[in-house]
Design a protein around this ligand. Structure first.
Ligand code: HSE
Length: 304
């Protein structure tokens, strides 16, 4: 049995829309086995996800077709810890898990970089699959044929919290809310803030992060899809969060504090319990390893 561990991810971090994301120590664990029975068996997920349309299986097929491998039968077990359709990269984890699982079953003919390109093609944007593959904070540049990325570790001075509502929001729906065109001044607004957010996170600059996590390309169009967005964000800031943003396409709200704010978790937890009891608060530690099997971590190099 091959086991593949894939981290949860947050994308955008405010202004870095479709460009950057980071990985957290919250994992889905996929187990894979080739069997002689000629069947596809998927367990650990609801019955409706146990067929050929399962995203993990679809990703496996991409690898099998690319390397001309014909498995007899496939067994997949999914240990799901990443909340589904909440903006924490659950679909990216399925794609990356399936690609890496199939590649490992075939004897690892494809490199991490090749798997990354395949993952971007499947997901349609690189900002979740890149940190899911490589861990850390990853900036990606998606081109037609291939993608480029730079991975950095996030400064130890920050802490991250996911405020996870009890309702789902599909990425497709959240992308439909975006306008086809944006104003030039809004694009300029984002360019400086995205660059500053990346540098603040990697260089440990809470003073900059406090002002740089602002966005005009997607958040203003999406906040209305997330009930209580304004009040929860405002409360998080009152309790000392440097900043908040929508995690990926939402509906999770990401709050970033300095590491010395030891009251935030207890106070935010109390507030949510009283006001929004369905909402879960998770402390999310950065992951710098990315997807890994028992023998290999993809976070260190392109090679498998
Ligand atoms: N960058 C993407 C979006 C992430 O915001 O739509 C969603 O997975």
């Amino acid at each position: 049995m091959i086991k593949v561990r894939v981290p949860a991810t947050t994308a955008n971090i405010g202004p870095g829309f479709d460009a950057f994301g980071m990985a957290f120590q919250l994992y889905n664990i996929f187990s894979f086995e080739e069997r002689d029975n000629g069947k596809l068996t998927i367990r650990g997920v609801e019955r409706r996800y146990q067929g050929k349309s399962n995203l993990v299986y679809k990703a496996m097929l991409k690898v099998f077709n690319r390397v001309h491998y014909r498995p007899k039968g496939i067994y997949i077990y999914t240990d799901v810890n990443i909340p589904v359709s909440r903006g924490l990269g659950s679909s990216a984890a399925c794609i990356v898990g399936g690609l890496v699982g199939a590649n490992t079953l075939c004897g690892a003919p494809l490199t991490g970089k090749e798997l990354f390109d395949m993952a971007v093609e499947m997901e349609g944007h690189p900002d979740n699959v890149a940190p899911a593959m490589f861990g850390g904070l990853v900036v990606s540049l998606g081109l037609k044929e291939e993608n480029h990325y730079i991975k950095k570790e996030v400064s130890q001075c920050f802490e991250f919290y996911g405020l996870i509502p009890d309702f789902t929001l599909s990425t497709m729906e959240a992308r439909k809310a975006l306008p086809k065109k944006v104003f030039h001044k809004d694009a300029v607004f984002n360019v400086s803030r995205a660059t500053m957010t990346y540098l603040a996170l990697t260089e440990g600059r809470p003073d900059i992060l406090k002002v740089s996590v602002e966005d005009k390309l997607h958040q203003p169009y999406r906040e209305g899809l997330i009930a209580h967005y304004d009040e929860v964000s405002q409360k998080a800031r009152e309790l000392g969060a440097l900043n908040t943003c929508i995690s990926g396409a939402g509906p999770t709200i990401l709050a970033i504090t300095t590491r010395d704010n030891d009251q935030f978790y207890a106070k935010m937890g109390k507030y949510l319990k009283e006001k929004l009891p369905g909402c879960t608060l998770l402390k999310l530690e950065p992951d710098n390893t990315g997807v890994c099997t028992a023998r290999h971590s993809y976070g260190g190099s392109y090679d498998t």
